[in-house]
Design a protein around this ligand. Structure first.
Ligand code: SF4
Length: 189
């Protein structure tokens, strides 16, 4: 390597002798940084989503390559978060792709000591059966004064803080339609 080329490998030399005296562009770029590419560069499509972690509901852009989530970033179009994500939301990629993510429905029957794997359709059928059964068992057509109430005391809903407005709206609608009275959310308690 000649002396000129050797000196050019120093960013301060490039800064003092080149067209970037403030050292914010060309002068500061190393060969390694020139070879780097954005984590989103290999994406073949981008889906809009909402961060699942808390009720703020920050907007997300989910970068996908070959049907796998490549990276998740804040969505600048979101009026709520305007492109920002907190550290938790920035880790959403791991929520989807992490090795600890459960990929199967797990069921532990009454008095069981081991988890059993279930098909999703079978699990949903079991949930529906239990909801209808509890609704019927707790159903009241009239109260103790003979007034028509047509409600069930067989179940209640208690939402957590990860639910955002839209999800709470749908849950309230569903449970009210089923005849439930006790519909609450952690944020109100
Ligand atoms: S966890 Fe962070 S990024 Fe996700 S919705 Fe809440 S504040 Fe936004």
């Amino acid at each position: 390597m000649g002396p000129r080329r050797w000196l050019s490998s120093w960013s301060v030399f490039r800064q003092l002798t080149g067209s970037d005296p403030l050292g914010r562009g060309e002068a500061a770029r190393s060969r390694r940084s020139a070879e780097l590419a954005a984590r989103t560069a290999g994406a073949d499509r981008v889906a809009k989503s909402v961060c699942p972690f808390c009720a703020v509901g920050c907007g997300q852009r989910v970068y996908v390559a070959d049907d796998r989530v490549l990276h998740v970033e804040g969505d600048p179009d979101s009026p709520i978060s305007r492109g920002r994500l907190c550290p938790k939301g920035s880790a959403s990629t791991q929520l989807v792709t992490g090795p600890q993510r459960a990929q199967k429905v797990l069921y532990r029957p009454p008095y069981g000591t081991e988890w059993q794997e279930l098909e999703l359709d079978r699990a949903l059928d079991m949930v529906v059966d239990r909801v209808l059964d509890a609704r019927d068992k707790g159903w009241q057509d009239v109260d103790e004064h003979g007034r028509r109430v047509r409600r069930t005391l067989g179940f209640a809903s208690l939402g957590g803080a990860t639910l955002d407005n839209e999800e709470n709206y749908l849950i309230k609608k569903l449970f009210t339609a089923l005849g439930a009275l006790q519909i609450e959310n952690q944020a109100r308690i």
